[in-house]
Design a binder for this molecule. Sequence first.
Ligand SMILES: [Zn+2]
Length: 529
Amino acid sequence: MKDVLIYDTTLRDGCQAENISFTLEDKIRIAEKLVELGIDYIEGGYPGSNPRDADFFKEVKKLRLRNTMIAAFGTTRKPSGKPSQDLNLRMLLEADTPVVTLVGKTWDLHVRDDLRISKKANLEIIADSIAFMKKRVDEVIFDAEHFFDGYRTNPEFAVECLKAAQEGGADWIVLCDTNGGGLPGEIRRAISAIEGVITVPLGIHCHNDGELAVANTMAAVEMGVRQVQGTVNGFGERCGNLNLCSMIPNLQLKMGKKCIELKQLKKLRDVSHIFYELANIIPDKHQPYVGDSAFAHKGGLHVSGIIKNRETYEHIDPEVVGNHQRVLVSDLAGRSNVIYKAKEYGINLAGEDHAVHEILRRIKDMESQGYEFEAAEASFELLIQEALGKKRKNFRLLGFRVIDEKRKEGDPPISEATIMVEVNGVVEHAAAMGSGPVHALDRALRKALTHFYPSLRELELLDYKVRVLSSGEGTAASVRVLIESGDKKDEWGTVGVSHNVIDASWQALVDSIDYKLYKDKKKKKKYKA
Ligand SMILES: [Zn+2]
Protein backbone atom coordinates (compact mmCIF):
# COMPACT_ATOMS: atom_id res chain seq x y z
CA MET A 1 0.00 0.00 0.00
CA LYS A 2 1.39 3.34 -1.02
CA ASP A 3 1.31 6.25 1.40
CA VAL A 4 1.35 8.90 -1.32
CA LEU A 5 0.35 8.68 -4.99
CA ILE A 6 2.38 10.54 -7.59
CA TYR A 7 0.63 12.41 -10.40
CA ASP A 8 2.92 13.56 -13.20
CA THR A 9 1.90 16.51 -15.34
CA THR A 10 5.09 16.91 -17.40
CA LEU A 11 3.13 16.26 -20.58
CA ARG A 12 0.59 18.99 -19.81
CA ASP A 13 1.79 21.61 -17.30
CA GLY A 14 5.47 20.81 -18.07
CA CYS A 15 4.89 21.64 -21.72
CA GLN A 16 3.81 25.16 -20.74
CA ALA A 17 7.47 25.95 -20.08
CA GLU A 18 9.27 28.32 -22.40
CA ASN A 19 11.51 26.42 -24.86
CA ILE A 20 9.88 23.05 -24.24
CA SER A 21 8.12 21.29 -27.03
CA PHE A 22 7.77 17.52 -27.29
CA THR A 23 6.89 15.57 -30.42
CA LEU A 24 4.35 12.78 -30.24
CA GLU A 25 7.23 10.25 -30.22
CA ASP A 26 8.87 12.14 -27.32
CA LYS A 27 5.62 12.09 -25.39
CA ILE A 28 5.28 8.34 -25.80
CA ARG A 29 8.89 7.78 -24.67
CA ILE A 30 8.26 10.03 -21.67
CA ALA A 31 5.16 8.04 -20.77
CA GLU A 32 7.15 4.81 -21.01
CA LYS A 33 9.80 6.17 -18.65
CA LEU A 34 7.19 7.35 -16.17
CA VAL A 35 5.63 3.88 -16.16
CA GLU A 36 9.05 2.35 -15.44
CA LEU A 37 9.52 4.83 -12.61
CA GLY A 38 6.25 3.64 -11.07
CA ILE A 39 4.31 6.91 -11.37
CA ASP A 40 0.64 6.42 -10.50
CA TYR A 41 -0.96 8.95 -12.84
CA ILE A 42 0.29 10.43 -16.11
CA GLU A 43 -1.59 13.49 -17.27
CA GLY A 44 -1.26 13.16 -21.03
CA GLY A 45 -2.48 16.60 -22.06
CA TYR A 46 -5.46 18.72 -22.86
CA PRO A 47 -7.40 16.97 -25.64
CA GLY A 48 -9.44 20.09 -26.33
CA SER A 49 -6.38 22.28 -26.85
CA ASN A 50 -4.41 20.62 -29.65
CA PRO A 51 -4.51 17.64 -32.01
CA ARG A 52 -1.11 16.35 -30.83
CA ASP A 53 -2.58 15.69 -27.40
CA ALA A 54 -5.53 13.83 -28.94
CA ASP A 55 -3.07 11.63 -30.91
CA PHE A 56 -1.14 10.92 -27.72
CA PHE A 57 -4.21 9.43 -26.06
CA LYS A 58 -4.65 7.08 -29.02
CA GLU A 59 -0.99 6.00 -29.11
CA VAL A 60 -0.51 5.59 -25.38
CA LYS A 61 -3.11 2.80 -25.35
CA LYS A 62 -0.56 0.57 -27.08
CA LEU A 63 1.85 0.81 -24.11
CA ARG A 64 1.97 -1.72 -21.32
CA LEU A 65 0.99 0.58 -18.49
CA ARG A 66 1.30 -1.80 -15.50
CA ASN A 67 -0.22 0.12 -12.56
CA THR A 68 -0.03 3.58 -14.11
CA MET A 69 -3.24 5.35 -15.09
CA ILE A 70 -3.55 7.90 -17.87
CA ALA A 71 -5.47 11.08 -17.15
CA ALA A 72 -6.92 13.59 -19.60
CA PHE A 73 -7.09 17.20 -18.47
CA GLY A 74 -9.72 19.82 -19.19
CA THR A 75 -11.85 22.57 -17.70
CA THR A 76 -15.31 22.41 -16.17
CA ARG A 77 -18.13 23.27 -18.59
CA LYS A 78 -18.66 26.71 -20.09
CA PRO A 79 -21.02 28.96 -18.08
CA SER A 80 -23.67 28.86 -20.78
CA GLY A 81 -25.16 25.48 -21.58
CA LYS A 82 -25.35 22.05 -20.03
CA PRO A 83 -22.51 19.56 -19.48
CA SER A 84 -23.93 17.20 -22.12
CA GLN A 85 -23.65 19.97 -24.75
CA ASP A 86 -20.18 21.10 -23.73
CA LEU A 87 -17.60 20.61 -26.48
CA ASN A 88 -14.66 20.46 -24.06
CA LEU A 89 -16.22 17.78 -21.87
CA ARG A 90 -17.10 15.78 -25.00
CA MET A 91 -13.50 15.88 -26.21
CA LEU A 92 -12.31 14.69 -22.81
CA LEU A 93 -14.58 11.67 -23.14
CA GLU A 94 -13.26 10.99 -26.63
CA ALA A 95 -9.75 10.69 -25.16
CA ASP A 96 -11.17 7.55 -23.54
CA THR A 97 -9.02 7.54 -20.39
CA PRO A 98 -9.86 5.89 -17.05
CA VAL A 99 -9.17 9.20 -15.27
CA VAL A 100 -10.31 12.72 -16.09
CA THR A 101 -9.01 15.78 -14.28
CA LEU A 102 -11.28 18.81 -14.35
CA VAL A 103 -9.96 22.20 -13.34
CA GLY A 104 -12.38 24.74 -11.92
CA LYS A 105 -12.39 28.19 -10.35
CA THR A 106 -12.26 28.61 -6.59
CA TRP A 107 -11.08 32.22 -6.27
CA ASP A 108 -13.96 34.73 -6.18
CA LEU A 109 -11.82 37.28 -8.06
CA HIS A 110 -11.69 34.95 -11.09
CA VAL A 111 -15.40 34.18 -10.89
CA ARG A 112 -16.25 37.90 -10.81
CA ASP A 113 -13.68 39.35 -13.23
CA ASP A 114 -12.86 36.46 -15.55
CA LEU A 115 -15.99 34.31 -15.84
CA ARG A 116 -18.27 37.25 -14.89
CA ILE A 117 -20.90 35.01 -13.36
CA SER A 118 -22.47 34.74 -9.89
CA LYS A 119 -20.79 32.71 -7.20
CA LYS A 120 -23.78 30.39 -7.14
CA ALA A 121 -23.46 29.76 -10.88
CA ASN A 122 -19.80 28.81 -10.36
CA LEU A 123 -20.75 26.25 -7.72
CA GLU A 124 -23.29 24.71 -10.12
CA ILE A 125 -20.70 24.50 -12.89
CA ILE A 126 -18.32 22.56 -10.64
CA ALA A 127 -20.96 20.20 -9.26
CA ASP A 128 -22.71 19.32 -12.51
CA SER A 129 -19.52 19.02 -14.62
CA ILE A 130 -18.08 16.54 -12.13
CA ALA A 131 -21.34 14.63 -11.79
CA PHE A 132 -21.60 14.36 -15.59
CA MET A 133 -18.05 13.07 -15.87
CA LYS A 134 -18.27 10.71 -12.91
CA LYS A 135 -21.09 8.82 -14.63
CA ARG A 136 -18.84 8.19 -17.63
CA VAL A 137 -15.27 7.54 -16.35
CA ASP A 138 -13.79 5.54 -13.46
CA GLU A 139 -12.10 8.35 -11.63
CA VAL A 140 -12.61 12.12 -11.59
CA ILE A 141 -10.07 14.46 -10.07
CA PHE A 142 -11.00 18.05 -9.32
CA ASP A 143 -8.13 20.55 -9.57
CA ALA A 144 -9.13 23.52 -7.41
CA GLU A 145 -7.42 26.29 -9.34
CA HIS A 146 -6.00 29.17 -7.25
CA PHE A 147 -7.40 27.54 -4.11
CA PHE A 148 -4.86 29.09 -1.73
CA ASP A 149 -5.24 32.58 -3.24
CA GLY A 150 -9.00 32.16 -3.06
CA TYR A 151 -8.79 30.96 0.52
CA ARG A 152 -6.75 34.03 1.46
CA THR A 153 -9.34 36.50 0.15
CA ASN A 154 -12.63 34.65 0.58
CA PRO A 155 -12.22 31.42 2.57
CA GLU A 156 -15.96 30.67 2.80
CA PHE A 157 -16.41 30.74 -0.97
CA ALA A 158 -13.21 28.77 -1.68
CA VAL A 159 -14.40 26.01 0.65
CA GLU A 160 -17.91 26.13 -0.90
CA CYS A 161 -16.30 25.32 -4.25
CA LEU A 162 -14.59 22.26 -2.77
CA LYS A 163 -17.90 21.17 -1.27
CA ALA A 164 -19.55 21.46 -4.69
CA ALA A 165 -16.87 19.16 -6.13
CA GLN A 166 -17.41 16.73 -3.28
CA GLU A 167 -21.16 16.73 -3.84
CA GLY A 168 -20.61 16.22 -7.56
CA GLY A 169 -18.80 12.98 -6.72
CA ALA A 170 -15.10 13.84 -7.23
CA ASP A 171 -12.71 11.04 -6.24
CA TRP A 172 -9.95 13.48 -5.39
CA ILE A 173 -9.83 17.19 -4.66
CA VAL A 174 -6.47 18.70 -5.53
CA LEU A 175 -5.59 22.02 -3.91
CA CYS A 176 -3.64 24.16 -6.38
CA ASP A 177 -1.16 26.93 -5.67
CA THR A 178 -1.50 28.05 -9.26
CA ASN A 179 0.41 31.32 -8.93
CA GLY A 180 3.13 29.59 -6.92
CA GLY A 181 3.31 32.28 -4.25
CA GLY A 182 2.02 30.34 -1.23
CA LEU A 183 3.94 29.72 1.99
CA PRO A 184 4.10 26.45 3.94
CA GLY A 185 2.28 27.97 6.94
CA GLU A 186 -0.64 29.12 4.77
CA ILE A 187 -0.87 25.71 3.13
CA ARG A 188 -1.05 24.04 6.55
CA ARG A 189 -3.68 26.46 7.88
CA ALA A 190 -5.95 26.11 4.84
CA ILE A 191 -5.77 22.32 4.94
CA SER A 192 -6.47 22.16 8.65
CA ALA A 193 -9.52 24.44 8.13
CA ILE A 194 -11.18 21.99 5.72
CA GLU A 195 -10.57 18.97 7.92
CA GLY A 196 -13.89 17.24 8.57
CA VAL A 197 -15.63 19.44 5.98
CA ILE A 198 -14.02 17.85 2.94
CA THR A 199 -13.85 14.10 3.34
CA VAL A 200 -12.76 13.29 -0.22
CA PRO A 201 -9.00 12.43 -0.39
CA LEU A 202 -6.86 15.50 -1.02
CA GLY A 203 -4.04 16.22 -3.46
CA ILE A 204 -1.65 19.13 -3.86
CA HIS A 205 -0.41 20.94 -6.99
CA CYS A 206 2.27 23.58 -6.40
CA HIS A 207 4.16 25.94 -8.67
CA ASN A 208 7.60 27.16 -7.78
CA ASP A 209 7.42 30.96 -8.04
CA GLY A 210 8.63 31.44 -4.47
CA GLU A 211 11.07 28.47 -4.75
CA LEU A 212 8.76 26.77 -2.27
CA ALA A 213 7.00 24.11 -4.32
CA VAL A 214 8.87 21.31 -2.54
CA ALA A 215 8.43 22.87 0.92
CA ASN A 216 4.74 23.57 0.29
CA THR A 217 4.10 20.06 -0.96
CA MET A 218 5.90 18.59 2.04
CA ALA A 219 3.76 20.73 4.35
CA ALA A 220 0.63 19.42 2.63
CA VAL A 221 1.78 15.80 2.93
CA GLU A 222 2.47 16.35 6.63
CA MET A 223 -1.16 17.47 6.88
CA GLY A 224 -2.32 14.17 5.40
CA VAL A 225 -2.58 14.97 1.69
CA ARG A 226 -2.21 11.76 -0.31
CA GLN A 227 -1.70 12.82 -3.92
CA VAL A 228 1.25 14.89 -5.10
CA GLN A 229 1.27 16.56 -8.53
CA GLY A 230 4.45 17.73 -10.22
CA THR A 231 6.77 17.37 -13.21
CA VAL A 232 10.12 15.72 -13.90
CA ASN A 233 12.95 18.23 -13.25
CA GLY A 234 10.31 20.78 -12.28
CA PHE A 235 9.67 21.71 -15.92
CA GLY A 236 6.76 24.14 -16.16
CA GLU A 237 5.49 27.61 -16.85
CA ARG A 238 7.40 30.61 -15.40
CA CYS A 239 9.60 29.17 -12.61
CA GLY A 240 8.25 25.67 -13.03
CA ASN A 241 6.16 23.13 -11.16
CA LEU A 242 6.95 20.97 -8.17
CA ASN A 243 10.10 19.00 -9.08
CA LEU A 244 9.29 15.31 -8.71
CA CYS A 245 12.99 14.41 -8.87
CA SER A 246 13.42 16.15 -5.51
CA MET A 247 10.00 15.38 -4.10
CA ILE A 248 10.00 11.61 -4.60
CA PRO A 249 13.26 11.01 -2.69
CA ASN A 250 12.18 13.48 -0.01
CA LEU A 251 8.92 11.60 0.46
CA GLN A 252 10.49 8.21 0.38
CA LEU A 253 13.85 8.69 2.06
CA LYS A 254 13.23 11.59 4.42
CA MET A 255 9.56 11.42 5.36
CA GLY A 256 9.27 7.64 5.22
CA LYS A 257 6.24 7.87 2.88
CA LYS A 258 6.19 4.98 0.45
CA CYS A 259 5.44 6.09 -3.11
CA ILE A 260 7.56 4.02 -5.52
CA GLU A 261 9.62 0.84 -5.24
CA LEU A 262 13.27 1.16 -4.23
CA LYS A 263 14.37 -0.44 -7.50
CA GLN A 264 12.34 2.19 -9.35
CA LEU A 265 13.93 4.97 -7.29
CA LYS A 266 17.30 3.86 -8.70
CA LYS A 267 16.10 4.96 -12.15
CA LEU A 268 15.50 8.54 -11.00
CA ARG A 269 18.74 10.02 -12.30
CA ASP A 270 18.36 8.33 -15.67
CA VAL A 271 14.79 9.52 -16.06
CA SER A 272 15.83 13.08 -15.18
CA HIS A 273 18.62 13.03 -17.79
CA ILE A 274 16.49 11.50 -20.54
CA PHE A 275 13.90 14.21 -20.03
CA TYR A 276 16.57 16.91 -20.36
CA GLU A 277 17.76 15.26 -23.54
CA LEU A 278 14.30 15.06 -25.07
CA ALA A 279 13.66 18.69 -24.09
CA ASN A 280 17.05 19.61 -25.57
CA ILE A 281 18.13 21.34 -22.38
CA ILE A 282 21.54 20.99 -20.71
CA PRO A 283 21.01 19.17 -17.38
CA ASP A 284 21.43 21.27 -14.27
CA LYS A 285 24.62 19.95 -12.64
CA HIS A 286 23.64 21.23 -9.25
CA GLN A 287 20.16 19.72 -9.20
CA PRO A 288 19.55 17.99 -5.85
CA TYR A 289 19.70 14.17 -5.86
CA VAL A 290 20.14 13.71 -9.64
CA GLY A 291 22.66 16.37 -10.74
CA ASP A 292 26.27 15.52 -11.60
CA SER A 293 27.50 17.68 -8.72
CA ALA A 294 24.97 16.43 -6.18
CA PHE A 295 27.57 14.07 -4.69
CA ALA A 296 30.80 15.67 -5.93
CA HIS A 297 33.49 16.45 -3.38
CA LYS A 298 36.23 18.97 -3.81
CA GLY A 299 37.65 20.01 -0.45
CA GLY A 300 40.50 17.79 0.79
CA LEU A 301 38.97 17.50 4.24
CA HIS A 302 35.65 16.26 2.82
CA VAL A 303 37.41 13.73 0.65
CA SER A 304 39.47 12.29 3.47
CA GLY A 305 36.18 12.07 5.40
CA ILE A 306 34.16 10.22 2.75
CA ILE A 307 36.99 7.77 2.17
CA LYS A 308 36.70 6.73 5.80
CA ASN A 309 32.91 6.84 5.93
CA ARG A 310 30.57 8.08 3.18
CA GLU A 311 28.05 9.40 5.70
CA THR A 312 30.46 12.04 6.97
CA TYR A 313 29.70 14.37 4.03
CA GLU A 314 26.73 12.84 2.15
CA HIS A 315 23.08 13.10 3.21
CA ILE A 316 22.08 9.87 1.41
CA ASP A 317 23.75 7.02 -0.45
CA PRO A 318 23.88 8.39 -4.03
CA GLU A 319 23.29 4.91 -5.52
CA VAL A 320 19.78 4.87 -4.05
CA VAL A 321 18.66 7.47 -6.63
CA GLY A 322 20.94 6.10 -9.37
CA ASN A 323 23.60 8.77 -8.88
CA HIS A 324 27.21 8.28 -7.83
CA GLN A 325 29.91 9.85 -5.73
CA ARG A 326 32.53 11.95 -7.54
CA VAL A 327 35.77 13.41 -6.33
CA LEU A 328 36.93 16.51 -8.13
CA VAL A 329 40.48 17.40 -8.91
CA SER A 330 41.15 20.95 -7.93
CA ASP A 331 43.53 23.31 -6.25
CA LEU A 332 41.73 22.53 -3.02
CA ALA A 333 42.92 19.01 -3.50
CA GLY A 334 44.66 17.27 -0.71
CA ARG A 335 46.60 14.03 -0.81
CA SER A 336 43.44 12.00 -0.32
CA ASN A 337 41.77 13.46 -3.45
CA VAL A 338 44.74 12.52 -5.57
CA ILE A 339 44.95 9.00 -4.15
CA TYR A 340 41.21 8.49 -4.52
CA LYS A 341 41.19 9.82 -8.08
CA ALA A 342 44.17 7.70 -9.13
CA LYS A 343 42.38 4.66 -7.75
CA GLU A 344 39.48 5.38 -10.12
CA TYR A 345 41.96 4.97 -12.97
CA GLY A 346 43.28 1.73 -11.48
CA ILE A 347 46.50 3.33 -10.23
CA ASN A 348 47.49 2.65 -6.63
CA LEU A 349 49.36 5.63 -5.21
CA ALA A 350 49.33 4.54 -1.59
CA GLY A 351 52.94 4.53 -0.46
CA GLU A 352 54.05 6.55 -3.51
CA ASP A 353 54.57 9.66 -1.39
CA HIS A 354 57.02 11.24 -3.74
CA ALA A 355 54.70 10.93 -6.75
CA VAL A 356 51.69 12.23 -4.78
CA HIS A 357 53.72 15.21 -3.66
CA GLU A 358 54.86 15.87 -7.22
CA ILE A 359 51.29 15.60 -8.61
CA LEU A 360 49.97 18.04 -5.99
CA ARG A 361 52.76 20.49 -6.73
CA ARG A 362 52.01 20.37 -10.46
CA ILE A 363 48.24 20.70 -10.05
CA LYS A 364 48.70 23.76 -7.86
CA ASP A 365 51.16 25.29 -10.27
CA MET A 366 49.08 24.57 -13.38
CA GLU A 367 45.82 25.68 -11.81
CA SER A 368 47.37 29.01 -10.91
CA GLN A 369 48.09 29.43 -14.62
CA GLY A 370 44.45 28.74 -15.47
CA TYR A 371 44.35 24.97 -16.09
CA GLU A 372 41.23 23.26 -14.89
CA PHE A 373 41.04 19.49 -14.63
CA GLU A 374 37.43 18.97 -13.65
CA ALA A 375 36.33 18.65 -17.28
CA ALA A 376 39.73 17.37 -18.43
CA GLU A 377 40.26 14.17 -16.53
CA ALA A 378 42.28 12.64 -19.37
CA SER A 379 44.89 15.41 -19.01
CA PHE A 380 44.94 14.69 -15.29
CA GLU A 381 45.46 10.97 -15.81
CA LEU A 382 48.39 11.74 -18.13
CA LEU A 383 49.80 14.03 -15.46
CA ILE A 384 49.77 11.14 -12.97
CA GLN A 385 51.57 8.94 -15.50
CA GLU A 386 54.17 11.64 -16.00
CA ALA A 387 54.75 12.07 -12.25
CA LEU A 388 55.25 8.32 -11.99
CA GLY A 389 57.78 8.52 -14.82
CA LYS A 390 55.59 6.23 -16.94
CA LYS A 391 54.32 8.64 -19.59
CA ARG A 392 55.33 7.56 -23.06
CA LYS A 393 56.39 10.09 -25.65
CA ASN A 394 54.51 9.08 -28.78
CA PHE A 395 56.07 11.67 -31.09
CA ARG A 396 58.27 14.74 -31.14
CA LEU A 397 57.16 17.96 -32.79
CA LEU A 398 59.65 19.43 -35.20
CA GLY A 399 57.40 22.37 -36.03
CA PHE A 400 54.05 23.47 -37.40
CA ARG A 401 52.70 26.43 -39.29
CA VAL A 402 49.07 27.55 -39.59
CA ILE A 403 47.89 30.04 -42.20
CA ASP A 404 44.53 31.79 -42.32
CA GLU A 405 43.57 33.37 -45.57
CA LYS A 406 40.56 35.35 -46.80
CA ARG A 407 40.71 35.93 -50.54
CA LYS A 408 37.68 38.08 -51.16
CA GLU A 409 35.20 40.07 -49.15
CA GLY A 410 32.21 37.84 -48.42
CA ASP A 411 34.20 34.62 -49.01
CA PRO A 412 34.72 32.31 -46.03
CA PRO A 413 38.28 32.24 -44.70
CA ILE A 414 40.46 29.21 -45.49
CA SER A 415 42.88 27.65 -43.02
CA GLU A 416 45.83 25.49 -43.87
CA ALA A 417 48.29 23.75 -41.55
CA THR A 418 51.61 22.06 -42.24
CA ILE A 419 53.38 19.98 -39.64
CA MET A 420 56.59 18.00 -39.16
CA VAL A 421 56.86 15.29 -36.48
CA GLU A 422 59.34 12.57 -35.64
CA VAL A 423 58.26 9.09 -34.53
CA ASN A 424 60.98 6.57 -33.59
CA GLY A 425 63.54 8.43 -35.65
CA VAL A 426 61.32 8.69 -38.74
CA VAL A 427 60.41 12.23 -39.83
CA GLU A 428 56.93 12.72 -41.22
CA HIS A 429 55.63 15.80 -42.96
CA ALA A 430 51.93 16.52 -43.58
CA ALA A 431 49.60 19.32 -44.64
CA ALA A 432 45.82 19.73 -44.39
CA MET A 433 43.06 22.27 -44.89
CA GLY A 434 40.30 22.92 -42.34
CA SER A 435 37.30 25.07 -41.61
CA GLY A 436 39.37 26.90 -39.00
CA PRO A 437 43.00 26.95 -37.87
CA VAL A 438 42.52 24.39 -35.08
CA HIS A 439 40.59 22.08 -37.37
CA ALA A 440 43.37 22.29 -39.99
CA LEU A 441 46.06 21.67 -37.38
CA ASP A 442 44.20 18.69 -35.94
CA ARG A 443 43.80 17.15 -39.40
CA ALA A 444 47.45 17.69 -40.33
CA LEU A 445 48.68 16.22 -37.05
CA ARG A 446 46.55 13.13 -37.38
CA LYS A 447 47.52 12.71 -41.03
CA ALA A 448 51.15 12.68 -39.93
CA LEU A 449 50.58 10.18 -37.11
CA THR A 450 47.97 7.74 -38.46
CA HIS A 451 50.62 5.94 -40.45
CA PHE A 452 52.37 5.02 -37.17
CA TYR A 453 49.23 4.71 -35.01
CA PRO A 454 46.31 3.43 -37.12
CA SER A 455 43.84 3.48 -34.19
CA LEU A 456 43.88 7.30 -34.38
CA ARG A 457 41.45 6.92 -37.29
CA GLU A 458 38.73 6.19 -34.69
CA LEU A 459 39.45 9.42 -32.83
CA GLU A 460 36.84 12.15 -33.15
CA LEU A 461 36.74 15.70 -31.80
CA LEU A 462 33.32 16.11 -30.21
CA ASP A 463 33.46 19.52 -28.63
CA TYR A 464 35.80 22.48 -28.46
CA LYS A 465 35.48 25.30 -25.94
CA VAL A 466 37.57 28.42 -25.51
CA ARG A 467 37.42 30.58 -22.41
CA VAL A 468 39.30 33.86 -22.06
CA LEU A 469 40.77 34.02 -18.55
CA SER A 470 40.73 37.32 -16.77
CA SER A 471 44.24 38.66 -16.80
CA GLY A 472 45.98 39.32 -13.55
CA GLU A 473 47.84 42.55 -12.99
CA GLY A 474 50.64 43.08 -15.48
CA THR A 475 50.11 39.86 -17.45
CA ALA A 476 48.52 39.45 -20.86
CA ALA A 477 45.16 37.67 -21.01
CA SER A 478 45.38 33.94 -21.58
CA VAL A 479 42.90 31.43 -22.91
CA ARG A 480 41.89 28.00 -21.77
CA VAL A 481 40.87 25.42 -24.37
CA LEU A 482 38.83 22.36 -23.41
CA ILE A 483 38.52 19.59 -25.96
CA GLU A 484 36.13 16.69 -25.73
CA SER A 485 37.19 13.68 -27.80
CA GLY A 486 35.85 10.21 -28.33
CA ASP A 487 36.20 6.92 -30.11
CA LYS A 488 33.78 4.02 -30.47
CA LYS A 489 34.02 3.19 -26.76
CA ASP A 490 34.85 6.22 -24.63
CA GLU A 491 34.79 9.98 -24.37
CA TRP A 492 37.44 12.06 -22.64
CA GLY A 493 38.34 15.67 -21.96
CA THR A 494 41.69 17.45 -22.25
CA VAL A 495 42.88 20.97 -21.53
CA GLY A 496 45.46 23.52 -22.68
CA VAL A 497 46.31 27.04 -21.50
CA SER A 498 48.34 29.70 -23.25
CA HIS A 499 48.39 33.36 -24.25
CA ASN A 500 47.95 32.05 -27.78
CA VAL A 501 44.74 30.21 -28.70
CA ILE A 502 46.48 27.95 -31.26
CA ASP A 503 49.09 26.93 -28.70
CA ALA A 504 46.43 26.22 -26.05
CA SER A 505 44.51 24.15 -28.61
CA TRP A 506 47.71 22.34 -29.57
CA GLN A 507 48.32 21.24 -25.96
CA ALA A 508 44.77 19.93 -25.63
CA LEU A 509 45.02 18.13 -29.01
CA VAL A 510 48.30 16.45 -28.08
CA ASP A 511 46.86 15.31 -24.75
CA SER A 512 43.84 13.92 -26.57
CA ILE A 513 46.04 11.86 -28.90
CA ASP A 514 48.38 10.76 -26.11
CA TYR A 515 45.39 9.72 -24.05
CA LYS A 516 43.88 7.70 -26.88
CA LEU A 517 47.15 5.81 -27.38
CA TYR A 518 47.66 5.33 -23.63
CA LYS A 519 44.11 4.03 -23.25
CA ASP A 520 44.48 1.56 -26.15
CA LYS A 521 47.67 0.20 -24.63
CA LYS A 522 46.10 -0.09 -21.17
CA LYS A 523 43.21 -2.11 -22.67
CA LYS A 524 45.57 -4.48 -24.48
CA LYS A 525 47.41 -5.14 -21.23
CA LYS A 526 44.15 -5.92 -19.48
CA TYR A 527 43.22 -8.53 -22.07
CA LYS A 528 46.58 -10.25 -21.74
CA ALA A 529 46.29 -10.49 -17.96
ZN1 LIG B 1 -0.25 24.05 -12.79
